[in-house]
Design a protein around this ligand. Structure first.
Ligand SMILES: Cc1cc2nc3c(=O)[nH]c(=O)nc-3n(C[C@H](O)[C@H](O)[C@H](O)COP(=O)(O)OP(=O)(O)OC[C@H]3O[C@@H](n4cnc5c(N)ncnc54)[C@H](O)[C@@H]3O)c2cc1C
Length: 373
C-alpha cells in the first residue's frame, strides 16, 4: 500500500489538467501524487469515440494547459488525434499515468486519509481529485416493451458508425449533438430514419461565444450547488445550426417526433396510434457521471446529486470532482483542474511562499513552460 498526498482518478482532459497543475506545484508524479486510469491507452473517453467522429467534426476541443494541439488533420478520427496528443502530453510533462488501473472504491482510511482501492493495489491519500468523466455510464431511459424489440439497440457509447445501418430502418433517440451527428450520417445509407426527442430540439444560429458558454455553465452550476444531479452543458446551449444541419432539416431528416410510448418487436408506437417500423434503435440519450466508486463516502444529497462548492464536494473538502457538471467540457475541465489543485494546495498547507509548491516544472521539448497564474 502506497501513501501519497493526492490521488487523481481518471486521465482524460480533467485528470491531465489536474496532474499538470499538481506537477507545477512541485509535487513529483509517482511519489507525491498518482494518476490512475482504467482506459487501456492515453486519450480519456476520446479513444472510444466512433471513427467517423473526425477531428474536424468535434466542436470546440481546447488544448490542455501548457501544450497546444496544432496542425492536426481534420479528416483523421478524433480518437487518434486526441489519443496521440494526450500521449505526447503525458510524456512531455512526465505525468506517469498508471493504466489500466480501475478504482473500485474510495473509503475512509480512519486517520483523516482516504483509502483508494483498485484492481492494481491500494493507495492512501490526503486528497482525491476525481476525474472519471461520464463515458462509462451510458444512460438509456426505460420504455415499456424495450426487452421485446426484435432488432438491435445501441447507445452512442457503442455506436459502430453509419455503415452498420446500411439499408436498415433506424430510429435515433435523443436531442443532443450526438443524435444529430448520428442522423446526418446514418440517413445517407439507411433505408429510412426517424428522429425522436423528449423535448422540442432548439437549434440556434447564434455563435457559441464566451457569453453563451458562461450562461450555460452557470445554469448547470446552480444545479450542483443545490445538490441536484447535473445536466449536460450541451443540453442547455442548444444545437448549432450548420449548413449541413440546415440541409438535413430541409430534406426532412431532422423532422422530429415526440418520445414514443412503447417499443414493440417490430418498432416503436405512440398512444395516438402512430407507429414506426425499425430494424435498429440508436440511443443518443446521454451519460451520467461515473461516481459509483465514491459511494462508500456517502456524498449524495437527498436531491440525488452531490452538492458542490466550485470543484470541491461541499461535505468533504478532501474531494474534488473535475469534469463534473458545469466543468464537463474540454475548457471547463482545464479550468477545473487548475481550481482543484489550488484548493488542494491550500488544504494541505502548500501555499507558503517559497514552500514546496514553488518548484519548476520539468517540461519536454514540445511543452511550453507555463506562466504563473
Ligand atoms: C460524444 C461526445 C462528444 C464530445 N465532444 C466534445 C467536444 O467536441 N468539445 C468539448 O469540449 N467537449 C466534448 N464532449 C464532452 C467531453 O466529455 C469533455 O469535453 C471531456 O473530454 C471529458 O473529459 P473528462 O476528463 O472529464 O472525462 P473522460 O475523457 O471521460 O476521461 C475519464 C477517464 O477516467 C477513466 N475512469 C473512469 N472511471 C474510472 C475508475 N473508476 N478508475 C480509474 N479510471 C476511471 C476513464 O477510463 C477515462 O480515461 C463530448 C462528449 C461526448 C460524449
Amino acid at each position: 500500500m502506497d501513501d501519497v498526498e493526492v490521488v487523481v482518478v481518471g486521465a482524460g482532459q480533467a485528470g491531465l489538467s489536474s496532474a499538470y497543475h499538481l506537477r507545477r506545484t512541485g509535487w513529483e508524479p509517482g511519489r507525491d501524487f498518482v494518476v490512475l486510469d482504467r482506459s487501456p491507452h492515453p486519450g480519456g473517453a476520446w479513444q472510444f469515440r466512433w471513427p467517423t467522429l473526425t477531428y474536424g467534426r468535434v466542436h470546440g476541443m481546447h488544448s490542455l494547459p501548457g501544450m497546444e494541439l496544432t496542425g492536426a488533420d481534420p479528416a483523421r478520427p478524433s480518437a487518434e488525434v486526441i489519443g496521440e496528443y494526450f500521449d505526447a502530453y503525458e510524456r512531455a510533462f512526465g505525468l506517469r499515468v498508471l493504466r489500466p488501473v480501475h478504482v473500485r472504491a474510495v473509503r475512509e482510511a480512519g486517520d483523516g486519509r482516504l483509502r483508494v482501492e483498485s484492481d492494481a493495489g491500494v493507495w492512501t491519500t490526503r486528497a482525491l481529485i476525481n476525474a472519471t468523466g461520464t463515458w462509462d455510464r451510458p444512460f438509456v431511459p426505460r420504455v415499456p416493451g424495450q426487452e421485446t424489440f426484435a432488432g438491435r439497440q445501441v447507445h452512442t457509447a457503442r455506436y459502430p458508425g453509419p455503415d452498420a445501418f446500411a439499408d436498415e430502418r433506424v430510429v435515433v433517440v435523443g436531442g443532443g449533438t450526438s443524435a444529430v451527428q448520428h442522423l446526418l450520417e446514418i440517413s445517407r445509407t439507411a433505408a429510412a430514419t426517424a428522429w425522436v426527442t423528449r423535448r422540442e430540439p432548439l437549434f440556434t444560429e447564434a455563435p457559441f461565444d464566451e457569453d453563451r458558454g458562461r450562461a450555460a455553465v452557470a445554469l448547470v452550476e446552480e444545479r450542483v450547488r443545490d445538490g441536484l444531479p447535473p445536466r449536460s452543458v450541451v443540453s442547455v446551449t442548444g444545437l448549432p445550426m450548420t449548413e449541413e444541419v440546415r440541409a438535413a432539416r430541409e430534406s426532412g431528416v431532422l423532422r422530429r417526433l415526440p418520445m414514443f410510448d412503447r417499443i414493440v418487436p417490430a418498432g416503436v408506437e405512440w398512444d395516438d396510434g402512430r407507429a414506426v417500423a425499425a430494424d435498429s434503435i440508436v440511443w443518443a440519450t446521454g451519460f451520467r457521471p461515473v461516481v459509483g466508486h465514491l459511494a462508500p463516502l456517502r456524498l449524495r444529497e437527498a436531491g440525488g446529486g452531490i452538492r458542490m462548492a466550485g470543484t470541491r464536494v461541499a461535505r468533504d473538502p478532501r474531494i474534488h470532482l473535475v469534469g463534473y457538471g458545469p466543468s464537463a467540457s474540454t475548457v471547463g475541465a482545464n479550468r477545473a483542474g487548475r481550481a482543484a489543485v489550488r484548493q488542494v494546495r491550500a488544504l494541505l498547507g502548500r501555499d507558503r511562499a517559497g514552500g514546496p509548491g514553488s518548484g519548476p516544472l520539468l517540461g519536454g521539448a514540445t511543452a511550453r513552460e507555463p506562466a504563473a497564474r
